[in-house]
Write a protein that binds this ligand. Structure first.
Ligand SMILES: CC(C)(COP(=O)(O)OP(=O)(O)OC[C@H]1O[C@@H](n2cnc3c(N)ncnc32)[C@H](O)[C@@H]1OP(=O)(O)O)[C@@H](O)C(=O)NCCC(=O)NCCS
Length: 191
């Protein structure tokens, strides 16, 4: 089970259907901003929406766990997830987000590193992918810090709110991860 202390007060722990209320409360605290970059969050309004969303993602990671919350003592303040998990081709996709009040502390970086490390080291995966909005400069900076490379610009690759949108594809390979120079914050402290 993947759990990590990211800081003294924020821990990475599984996020599942037992956390519907905490997950909804987290989204509601920062909904407008989060929806700008993660439009699917607009579909998660009621408790039933949140349960269905968490259920739908449950089998996508290893150990049946795809979603992880960034938890303080009593609040979910962000999330990191394996959006795609394809062992046959040893490829997975990771995404992460935080409430704005927690930006700037390296938490998304540490959470993403923890998921990447777990997939490469414990699960034998080989390629991590990340899809972001081309205007999402903060997400691009985090991926650059992790050592991912910008591999391409996908034209009109998603259909959101009745219109097509472009995405940037970033990727990181297991040998690149193992060869990185700097140990990531929070990724080295085990469960
Ligand atoms: C994208 C997002 C997750 C990035 O969060 P973030 O806090 O900027 O990213 P990081 O965790 O990489 O933190 C980097 C910042 O923490 C600082 N930092 C402090 N300690 C650090 C540490 N130990 N390691 C790395 N960075 C650290 C960095 O200097 C940097 O600060 P700066 O941006 O002021 O220069 C966040 O902006 C967000 O949730 N956005 C909305 C949703 C979204 O776009 N999600 C991504 C698409 S799935």
């Amino acid at each position: 089970m993947l759990t990590r202390a990211l800081t003294d007060v924020v821990h990475l722990r599984p996020l599942h259907t037992g956390h519907v209320d905490a997950f909804r409360a987290h989204l509601d605290r920062d909904r407008q901003r989060l929806q700008t970059w993660i439009p699917e969050i607009a579909e998660v309004v009621t408790a039933e929406d949140a349960r269905a969303w968490l259920e739908d993602r449950a089998g996508r990671g290893d150990d049946d766990t795809a979603m992880f919350g960034l938890w303080t003592a009593d609040e979910c303040v962000g999330a990191a997830a394996y959006y795609v998990w394809e062992p046959a081709v040893r490829t997975f996709e990771v995404g992460a987000w935080l409430e704005e009040r927690f930006e700037g502390g390296g938490l998304a970086f540490a959470a993403t590193c923890a998921l990447v490390e777990h997939a490469f080291t414990a699960c034998g995966m080989h390629r991590a992918e990340f899809l972001i909005d081309p205007a999402n400069a903060r997400a691009a900076a985090t991926l650059g810090r992790i050592g991912a490379r910008h591999e391409g610009h996908l034209r009109q690759s998603v259909w959101i709110g009745g219109a097509p949108r472009d995405q940037q594809l970033w990727a990181l390979l297991a040998p690149e991860w193992r060869g990185r120079e700097r140990a990531p914050a929070g990724a080295g402290t085990g469960p």
